[in-house]
Design a protein around this ligand. Structure first.
Ligand code: C2E
Ligand code: CA
Ligand code: CA
Length: 774
C-alpha cells in the first residue's frame, strides 16, 4: 500500500510491461533460431541421403557397363579366328544378363558380323560405328559411347551403347553394340524411399532424360531435357544443387552422380516443400505453442498492470477521500465554533449567555471538587429596570445594561465568570476564594459599583440599585442546579427585604420544595412499582414519508402529580446512579414492546432508546442487552441506542469498548443532540456510529439563521461522507421539513409528524399508509 502511494504504481506498471517485452523477445528469438537450425539439418540430411542413393545406383550402373566391357573382350576372339567360341560365349553372356536386350558385332569395314536378333542398320548407326573404330585408339579401348537409336520404335530407356573391340596387338578391329535396358535397371530401385515428390533419373550427358522412376512407377517422357549445367558447374563427381531442376515451377533439391567413364548422370530429386514437410508441421506446432504462450504472457502482463493500476488508483482515491473528509471535518469544526460563540454569548453586552454560563459553571464546579477552594454564585437583577425601559425606552435600557456589564467586568477578576441570563438578570461566579468570607467583600464591592450613578445615558443620568443573592459552594449546594436554586432564592430574599442589597442563602429561609423532594424520594420505588411508562415518537423517512423507527422516551406516571417528563427525574437519576437501573428497565421494556408487537402481527420497525453517560461506562451493558434480545427472541437490528457527545467525554476507552460490543451484537448506534456540545469531532471517525441526530437547537431556527442552515448542510454532507444516516430532531414546521428534504436529510422526528405517544397510539401510526399530511 505504501509503495502504491503517489505515482509509484506507474513505475511498477512500466517495469512489468518492460519485463514481459524482454521475455517475449527472448522466447521468439529462441524459437526462430531453433526453427532455422532445424530446417538446415533437414536439408543437409536429405542431400546426404540423396547422394548416397545416387552413388549406389551409379556404382551398380558401372558394374553393368563392366559386364559390357567383358563382352567386348570376349568379342576379340571373333577377330582372332575363334569365331564360334566367341559367338557361344556372347550368346551365353547375353542370356544370363537381362539388362542387355541386344548384342551385335561389327568389323573394321563396318559389316555386322554377329547379331543376337535380326534388324536393319540405319546410316546413322554406321557412322557411329565408323567413329568408334577410328577413335578407338585415342579414346581408350574401353570407352563406352552412346549410339543413335536403332529403330524409331525403340523406347528411350532402351539405350544403345558402342564399345571398341581390339585384337591381340591392341589394334581396333571392330565395335560391339549393346542395347541396355535402363528401364528394367531403374525398376530395381523403385522401392527406394524417394518421398512423395521424389524422382530417380538417369540422364545422358546432354541432359536427355533416359529413364525416370518415381513412387508411381517408371516414366519416360520422350525427348525431355534437363539443364545439367548446374551439375557441371560444381566441378564435382557428385553433389547437390537447389533450383527448379524438374521444371515444375517448384523448388527442388537435386543430387547427382557422374562417374568419369560413364556416359550417364544419375540424379535424385525431391521438392523442397516435400523434404521440409515434417519440418513445416513441427514449425506450425511450435508457432502455435509460442503464440499461445505469448498471448498468455501479454494477458498476464495486462492483468498484473491493470491490477497495479487499479490498486494505485484506489490508494490515490483513498488518500484524497481521506483528505476531503479531513477538510470537511475541519470546516465543520470551524463553523461549529463560530456558531458556538454566537450561540453562547449575549449580543447586547458580549457577556456569556445562560447556556454558556451553565457550561462554565459546570466546568468550574468540577475543578472545585478537586481544589478545595470556595466559590460564590451571585444572581443579581436591577431594581425597577422595567420602569426605566417603559419610561425612557428600550434604547436607554440597553445602554444601562451595557454599562452594568462594563462595571461588572471592571470590578471582577479575569478568572471570574459573568453572564447575562436574560432581561436585567445577571449572574456572577466568583472563583477559587481562599475563605468563604471573601465572598462578602466581593458582594459589597459589586453593590457599591453598580449603585453609583450612570451619567449621560443618551442624555439621561440614572441611578439604579441591584438586588443580589449569593450562594456558596460547597456550603449551599454541590451542583449547578442546587447552587442556582439557592442563589435565586437568596436574590428573592433581597427583593423581599427591600431591594438594593445582597443576601446570602440561608437554608432556614428555604420554603420546603415538596414536589421536588417528593420525586427524589420516590423515584427508586417508582421503578419497582412499575410507575414508569414508555412513549414512542416516530422517525419518518423523507424519501417516502414512511415510519422507519421509534424513539422510546420514558415517563413517570406519578400517582399524585400525574405524568412526569424525564427532564424532572433523569438528572436526579444520573446524579445518584439510579440511571443504571432505570436504563435497564427502559431497554428491557423496549424489547418487551417489540415482542408484543411482533406477536400481534404489527409491522416491526427499530426502536431507539437513550443511554446516559454512566450506562456507557458499565462494561456489562452489551451483555445484558444481548440477554434480553435472546430472551424475547428479537434480532439486534430492531434495537438502537442513542448516546450524546457529552457522555463520551469521560473515560472514552470504556465507552468505546461498550459501543464496539453493541455494534458487534448488531445494535445500531446514533449520536444524539449532535451539535449542542462542543467536544471535538475526532472521535466520530473512531467510534462505530451509524447515525447522527442533529440537535433541536439547529433545526429551530433553520429558516432564519444563516449560520444554523450552513451547519445543518455541512453536518449532512459530512455524515454522508462518513457513511452515516442523518436524522433531524425537533421538526415542528413544514418549512423546516422542506428545507431538510432539500438538504438531503434522511429522516426527521418532531411534533410536526407526532408527539411521543403511548404504545397503542404508536401502533395505530404504523398502520397509516404515509405520514405526510394531505
Ligand atoms: P432527547 O433524547 O433529545 O429526546 C427528544 C426530546 O425532544 C423528547 O423530550 C421529545 O418529546 C422532545 N421533542 C420531540 N419532538 C419535539 C419537537 O418537535 N419540538 C420540541 N420542542 N421537542 C420535541 P422528552 O421526552 O421530554 O425527553 C427529554 C430528554 O430526556 C431526552 O432528550 C433524553 O435526553 C432524556 N430521556 C428521555 N427518556 C430517556 C431514557 O429512557 N433514558 C435516558 N437516559 N434519558 C432519557
Ligand atoms: Ca434521544
Ligand atoms: Ca435529542
Amino acid at each position: 500500500m505504501l509503495i502504491l502511494r503517489g505515482q509509484y504504481w506507474r513505475v511498477l506498471v512500466a517495469c512489468s510491461v518492460g519485463l514481459s517485452i524482454a521475455l517475449l523477445a527472448l522466447v521468439w528469438g529462441f524459437t526462430w533460431q531453433r526453427l532455422a537450425s532445424e530446417q538446415a539439418i533437414k536439408r543437409h540430411s536429405a542431400s546426404i541421403q540423396q547422394q548416397n542413393v545416387c552413388a549406389i545406383i551409379a556404382e551398380n550402373l558401372e558394374q553393368v557397363l563392366g559386364r559390357g566391357r567383358l563382352m567386348s573382350i570376349v568379342a576379340e576372339g571373333w577377330f582372332n579366328g575363334l569365331e564360334s567360341e566367341a559367338r557361344n560365349q556372347l550368346v551365353a553372356m547375353q542370356a544370363s544378363d537381362r539388362l542387355f536386350l541386344y548384342v551385335a558385332l561389327y568389323d573394321k569395314a563396318m559389316q555386322r558380323v554377329y547379331s543376337s536378333a535380326p534388324f536393319a542398320d540405319r546410316p546413322s548407326l554406321q557412322e557411329a560405328v565408323a567413329e568408334v573404330v577410328a577413335d578407338g585408339r585415342s579414346r581408350g579401348i574401353h570407352q563406352v559411347r552412346l549410339a543413335p537409336r536403332l529403330t524409331e520404335a525403340e523406347q528411350a530407356w532402351q539405350v544403345p551403347l558402342l564399345m571398341p573391340v581390339s585384337g591381340a596387338d591392341g589394334q581396333v578391329r571392330g565395335a560391339i553394340l549393346l542395347v541396355l535396358d535402363l528401364g528394367y535397371f531403374l525398376q530395381l530401385y523403385q522401392h527406394v524411399d524417394l518421398g512423395h515428390t521424389g524422382a530417380l533419373q538417369v540422364l545422358r550427358a546432354d541432359g536427355e532424360v533416359v529413364a525416370e522412376a518415381r513412387q508411381a512407377g517408371l516414366l519416360v517422357q520422350d525427348g525431355v531435357f534437363r539443364d545439367v549445367s548446374s551439375f557441371d558447374r560444381t566441378g564435382q563427381v557428385q553433389g547437390s544443387v537447389n533450383g527448379d531442376f524438374m521444371a515444375t515451377g517448384r523448388d527442388t533439391l537435386s543430387s547427382f552422380y557422374h562417374a568419369p567413364d560413364a556416359p550417364f548422370y544419375v540424379v535424385t530429386s525431391r521438392e523442397t516443400q516435400d523434404i521440409l514437410a515434417d519440418y513445416h508441421a513441427t514449425r506450425r506446432r511450435f508457432l502455435i505453442t509460442m503464440t499461445v504462450l505469448s498471448a498468455f504472457i501479454v494477458l498476464a502482463t495486462w492483468w498484473v498492470a491493470y491490477g497495479i493500476r487499479r490498486q494505485g488508483r484506489y490508494a490515490l482515491a483513498l488518500v484524497s477521500s481521506n483528505q476531503q473528509n479531513q477538510a470537511l471535518i475541519t470546516q465543520l469544526e470551524e463553523e461549529k465554533r463560530r456558531a458556538f460563540v454566537l450561540a453562547s454569548h449575549d449580543h447586547l453586552t458580549g457577556l456569556a449567555n445562560r447556556r454558556m454560563f451553565n457550561e462554565l459553571l459546570n466546568t468550574h464546579l468540577q475543578q472545585a471538587r478537586r481544589n478545595r477552594k470556595h466559590y460564590a454564585l451571585m444572581y443579581l437583577d436591577l431594581d425597577r429596570f422595567k420602569a426605566i425601559n417603559d419610561t425612557l425606552g428600550h434604547h436607554v435600557g440597553d445602554l444601562l445594561l451595557q454599562a452594568v456589564s462594563q462595571r461588572l467586568r471592571a470590578a471582577l477578576r479575569e478568572s471570574d465568570v459573568i453572564a447575562r441570563l436574560g432581561g436585567d438578570e445577571f449572574a456572577v461566579l466568583v472563583t477559587a476564594l481562599d475563605h468563604a468570607e471573601d465572598a462578602i467583600k466581593v458582594a459589597e464591592k459589586l453593590l457599591e459599583v453598580l449603585s453609583a450613578p450612570y451619567l449621560n445615558l443618551d442624555g439621561h443620568d440614572l441611578q439604579v440599585t441591584p438586588s443580589m443573592g449569593v450562594a456558596l459552594y460547597p456550603r449551599d449546594g454541590q451542583d449547578v442546579e442546587a447552587l442556582c436554586r439557592a442563589a435565586d432564592l437568596a436574590m428573592y430574599q433581597s427583593k423581599r427585604a427591600g431591594r438594593g442589597r445582597y443576601t446570602f442563602f440561608d437554608a432556614a429561609l428555604t420554603p420546603v420544595d415538596t414536589r421536588h423532594s417528593n420525586l427524589e424520594r420516590r423515584l427508586p420505588k417508582a421503578i419497582e412499582r412499575g410507575e414508569l411508562v414508555l412513549h414512542f415518537q416516530p422517525k419518518v423517512r423523507l424519501s417516502d414519508f414512511q415510519i422507519v423507527g421509534f424513539e422510546a422516551l420514558v415517563r413517570w406516571q406519578h400517582p399524585e402529580f400525574g405524568l412526569i417528563y424525564p427532564g424532572d427525574f433523569i438528572p436526579y437519576a444520573e446524579r445518584t446512579g439510579l440511571i443504571v437501573e432505570l436504563g435497564d428497565w427502559v431497554a428491557e421494556a423496549c424489547c418487551q414492546q417489540l415482542a408484543q408487537w411482533r406477536d400481534a402481527g404489527v409491522r416491526l420497525v427499530p426502536v431507539a432508546f437513550n443511554v446516559s453517560a454512566m450506562q456507557l461506562h458499565d462494561e456489562a451493558l452489551a451483555a445484558r442487552i444481548g440477554q434480553w434480545l435472546t430472551a424475547y427472541d428479537l434480532p439486534a437490528s430492531l434495537l438502537q441506542v442513542e448516546i450524546t457527545e457529552t457522555s463520551l467525554v469521560e473515560s472514552m476507552d470504556v465507552a468505546s469498548r461498550v459501543l464496539n460490543e453493541l455494534e458487534a451484537l448488531g445494535v445500531q448506534i446514533a449520536l444524539d443532540d449532535f451539535g449542542s456540545g462542543f467536544s471535538s469531532l475526532g472521535y466520530i471517525r473512531t467510534l462505530p456510529i451509524h447515525c447522527l441526530k442533529i440537535d433541536r437547537g439547529f433545526i429551530n431556527d433553520i429558516r432564519n439563521s444563516h449560520d444554523d442552515a450552513i451547519i445543518v448542510n455541512s453536518i449532512i454532507t459530512l455524515a454522508h461522507n462518513l457513511k452515516m444516516k442523518v436524522v433531524a430532531e425537533g421538526v415542528e414546521m413544514q418549512d423546516q421539513l422542506v428545507y431538510l428534504k432539500t438538504a438531503g436529510c434522511d429522516e426527521v422526528q418532531g411534533y410536526f409528524f407526532s408527539r411521543p405517544v403511548e404504545a397503542a397510539a404508536a401502533e395505530a401510526l404504523l398502520l397509516r399508509p404515509s405520514m405526510m399530511p394531505s
